[in-house]
Design a protein around this ligand. Structure first.
Ligand SMILES: Nc1ncnc2c1ncn2[C@@H]1O[C@H](COP(=O)(O)OP(=O)(O)O)[C@@H](O)[C@H]1O
Ligand SMILES: [Mg+2]
Length: 380
């Protein structure tokens, strides 16, 4: 009787090593398999150090091969125990994972008015057009603008009952699920959110909301590098950050600070890249004319300098501003250069999320014990 190797492997696929999710072939536990006629010798490595786990695995292997391959096979099982290497501890506490939410992208800018919210809104609708499930959390406590940009300023999130708990239901517009700090304030009312209050409101929008399944959750952060950023990064395991800047020197200086904030040891959120907004002005009737009114390729050079990916450039065009004001993001206008620009930006961003998830462990929400870290950001 000559036993075939593939039959033995197939039989071993029925066995899951204690403490591991996959079967022992998939998990790579089977290190070597040799067959001489009716003799089978198997070398396996398991992570479970208990004698009981080893015995159990050995018995299962003998049984399954006798059952499925050859009842009289002579089997030798060599088990090596390989205790898992202690994982390097990156952050102090594990972030509360948010069930159903795959990737969280924070959009930050450093300076206000550079088009962070405009870029976020257009990224969101473009992702939705590409077929992703998209959430948008407008965390800009100083100037929440998403309700207007999505034409839902008059709406309020409803309460829904989920498993006996009352949850906030995000407002949906253009295929994007949206919650904004603006839904909880009166229009025209100057609201000064104190840090703890703002954190509480944001936490509710994150954890007491019924987001459902989300591929990409975008978070429109307030401009700057302040407490509220730290608070958000404490509550959410952020996959990565996108920095928006114009090519202008003052904006670039603040973008640099934003990158430094995410890169701080105590925060350690990967920067997915820099997007250049208002890269050049184009008159709608002369689309080939480009006027570099804020300077040329400033954000691109900053990206090179900081060794972060450059995600793309968005021109300054009247239709982008108008679209924001009427509440229908410009990227929804099909077959336009604006749509194309946002599509390129979105594709690059998704690609960077994919790269990031391949190369790095999940970000954990961080615990910041002192505010000392902030001064490090302000220094540069
Ligand atoms: N690429 C662009 N072309 C034209 N107008 C833009 C562009 N990006 C932003 N704007 C306009 O600039 C203003 C500031 O943009 P906004 O997204 O609110 O900035 P931020 O969120 O960074 O404060 C808004 O009136 C917006 O419509
Ligand atoms: Mg804004």
């Amino acid at each position: 009787m000559k036993i075939a190797k593939k039959d033995v492997l197939k039989a071993l696929e029925h066995i899951t090593v204690p403490g591991e999710g996959q079967n022992m072939v998939e998990s790579g536990a089977v290190k070597n398999l040799q067959i001489f006629g009716d003799e089978v010798e198997i070398d396996i490595t398991i992570n479970n150090p208990s004698l009981q786990a080893r015995k159990k695995t050995e018995v299962e292997i003998l049984k399954i091969i006798h059952q499925e391959v050859y009842a009289k096979a002579k089997i030798k099982v060599n088990i090596k125990v390989d205790a898992p290497a202690a994982k390097p501890k990156v952050n102090e506490i594990k972030g509360k994972p948010i069930p159903g939410i795959q990737n969280i992208i924070a959009v930050a800018s450093g300076k206000g008015g550079v088009g962070k919210s405009t870029v976020t809104a257009n990224l969101a609708v473009t992702l939705a057009k590409m077929g992703f499930k998209v959430g948008l959390l407008d965390a800009d406590i100083y100037g929440p603008s998403m309700p207007i940009m999505f034409d839902v300023a008059q709406e309020k999130p409803l309460a829904v009952n989920v498993d006996g708990k009352s949850k906030m239901k995000p407002v949906e517009s253009y295929g994007v699920k949206l919650l904004s700090i603006g839904f909880f304030t009166q229009p025209n009312q100057a609201v000064i959110w104190r840090g703890p209050m703002a954190s509480k409101a944001l936490n509710q929008m994150i954890f007491d909301a019924h987001w459902g399944e989300i591929d990409f959750m975008l978070v429109d952060l307030p401009p700057g590098t302040g407490d509220i950023h730290l608070s958000i990064m404490q509550s959410m395991p952020i996959t990565g950050a996108v920095i928006v800047s114009t090519p202008q020197e003052v904006a670039l200086a603040d973008a640099r600070k934003a990158v430094a904030m995410f890169r701080q040891d105590s925060i350690n959120v990967p920067v997915l890249g820099i997007a250049e907004n208002m890269a050049y002005f184009t008159p709608e009737e002369l689309p080939n004319n480009k006027y570099y009114i804020f300077g040329k390729e400033g954000a691109k050079h900053l990206a090179e300098d900081l060794e972060v990916p450059f995600l793309g450039e968005i021109p300054l065009v009247q239709s982008i501003r108008e679209a924001g004001d009427v509440g229908r993001p410009a990227a929804l206008q099909t077959a336009t250069p604006v749509e194309e620009a946002f599509e390129a930006l979105t594709r690059n961003t998704v690609q960077e999320v994919v790269n990031r998830n391949k190369n790095l462990p999940p970000t954990e929400a961080i615990k910041i014990t002192t505010m000392a870290g902030c001064s490090a950001v302000k220094k540069k």
